[in-house]
Ligand binder design. Sequence first.
Ligand SMILES: NC(=O)c1ccc[n+]([C@@H]2O[C@H](COP(=O)([O-])OP(=O)(O)OC[C@H]3O[C@@H](n4cnc5c(N)ncnc54)[C@H](OP(=O)(O)O)[C@@H]3O)[C@@H](O)[C@H]2O)c1
Length: 250
Amino acid sequence: MQRFQNKWALITGGTNGMGLATARQFIAEGGHVIITGRSIETVTKATEQLGESSYGLVSNAGNWQDLTQLRKQVQELTNTLDLVFLNAGYGRFAAVENADEAHFDELFSMLVKGPFFAVQQLLPLLKPGSSIIFNTSFVTEVGIPNFSVYSAAKSAVQSFIKTFAAELVTKGIRVNGISPGHIKTNIYSNTGLNTQQIEEAVTNLIPTIPFKRQGEPEEIAEAVLFLASDAASYIHGAELKVDAGIAVIR
Ligand SMILES: NC(=O)c1ccc[n+]([C@@H]2O[C@H](COP(=O)([O-])OP(=O)(O)OC[C@H]3O[C@@H](n4cnc5c(N)ncnc54)[C@H](OP(=O)(O)O)[C@@H]3O)[C@@H](O)[C@H]2O)c1
């Protein structure tokens, strides 16, 4: 299938995990992809893997200077975006008593302020028929100890799906989100846990997943591309759970 022939996507956090998998599939279906990441090393490594239809920008989702430069950087490559996938980020976890201001500001800057202003910046490049897709998380559906700031940040993003859908409907821009469950990515590498602690954490979470396995990044990419495609032409303001049912099964 070539659903995205000559279309352009901007994927924040496209150097790894779900963003990289989505970039790979978008290109496989005929599109061009601009990915962002925090360092030239990770961005270059990813664009080397993705090949000639990929372009990389060093842009930190939590950095105001970078956010204000984003449209200019993108316009050096294209004047139109068909898909913006707001995906960049990671979690950090702390009990309420231990979470300090830096923890709060780091997560809210990257996960809430980042996608908000990235959309604001990129809006002039989005035409009728374009799609905005946010990456939230199943964690918004439940109370998990130590997740207060991360879950609140993702809940704010859920709210953007609805308000942006309301505001952008007159421009013909569809706004939706995906809510992943436990997906096999590098997400734990930013948590401060060491390799053994990460392995233990993953081993412990597997029994809690209805399918008894983590999702593959490609399974998220399929959902993102569906929402971005013409097959989803009547889907707007929705959040698609791609989580093996973990948000609703107890
Ligand atoms: N994995 C899960 O189980 C899970 C579940 C629900 C939701 N999520 C969400 O899914 C999204 C993608 O994460 P992932 O699981 O695919 O993890 P990942 O493999 O670690 O990928 C994260 C991506 O985000 C980029 N990134 C991180 N911080 C950034 C920043 N400040 N500015 C720009 N780019 C940044 C990373 O690039 P660089 O390292 O190159 O900067 C990388 O490309 C995140 O929003 C995460 O919260 C993950």
